[in-house]
Design a protein around this ligand. Sequence first.
Ligand code: CAA
Ligand code: NAD
Length: 278
Amino acid sequence: MKFGVIGAGQMGAGIAQVAAQSGFTVVLRDMEDRFLERGRQVIERSLAKLSEKGKLDGTPEEVLGRMTFTTDLAAFADCDLVVEAIVENEGVKAQLFRDLGGIVKPEGILASNTSSIPITSLATASGRPERFIGMHFMNPVPLMQLVEVIRGYSTSDDTAAFVESTARKMGKTPLSCNDFPGFVSNRILMPMLNEAIQCVMEGVAEPEAIDGIMKLGMNHPMGPLTLADFIGLDTCLAIMEVLHRGLGDDKYRPSPLLRKMVQAGLLGRKSGRGFYTY
Ligand code: CAA
Ligand code: NAD
């Protein structure tokens, strides 16, 4: 199978890596060579770590040998499955899917790794709604078990079955849900992260104390502010805006502090600074 991934950021690089680890031929695209190079370095570090721990089938070189890095969308023409993992912005994703709909072979399946944007509207943009689906991997992709599979209004049973079987071949567990804002994962997770940010803004406690309380008190692997920094504060804000618009309840209102930090360019781990400095 030829597996395409668009976006070589933290999610796209992880998805491409795990697809190549599973034996698929992978093509990974970003806008510029420097983003591809950054993605390749992330993949090389992750493969080295997995290999060191005996958790890799074959060698890192064999896995990398199944991957092609490109800025050219035409390289996706003969892909059986293309997973999009670019910025969390509906207009930008819809334009990409309009382009892909005219490039990828008609029987190819298109999927979005979006955290919250309606699958049905991206499916319409692609021009092949029955062969379109949400394939939502969790961060960090090489370590996390879940793939949330989101069926759009017109997604066919064959498409859902193919994507679920592909997720299993990648060593993941697919779980299905319907197309509602934020799906299940982020409808539940993001209000908690947003509330932690609101606690910082209101002076309820220092960031370290908020994270410590949730780690030690609730056995969460990461505190909510560490996790927000890890996901990316720009992505957290984009998801909260989709929840707020789509569900219409004030409990989904993005914290003003979250908005201000994104305006200031403090995006978390990926920009070097968020609630913590990296
Ligand atoms: N590839 C390979 N190895 C990796 C890695 C990667 N991408 N990331 C971390 N590791 C390694 C670390 O280097 C470390 O190796 P050593 O044992 O040799 O030091 C090992 O994995 C374990 O890491 P840590 O000891 O630092 O931390 P941990 O045991 O707590 O596990 C974790 C790390 C699995 C990420 C854990 O902290 C965790 O589960 N955190 C929560 C993650 C989470 O909630 N993800 C979902 C985010 S929401 C989302 O994804 C959806 C969305 O739309 C926003
Ligand atoms: P990121 O900022 O790390 O990476 C995005 C990448 O996409 C960048 O390298 C950028 O150059 C590239 N890009 C933008 N437009 C492009 C285009 N038209 N063609 C090719 N590449 C393009 O973001 P990320 O955290 O990897 O998130 C990507 C997607 O995955 C978003 O939709 C996000 O909501 C979703 N997601 C994120 C997480 C997370 O924890 N960060 C988890 C699950 C899903």
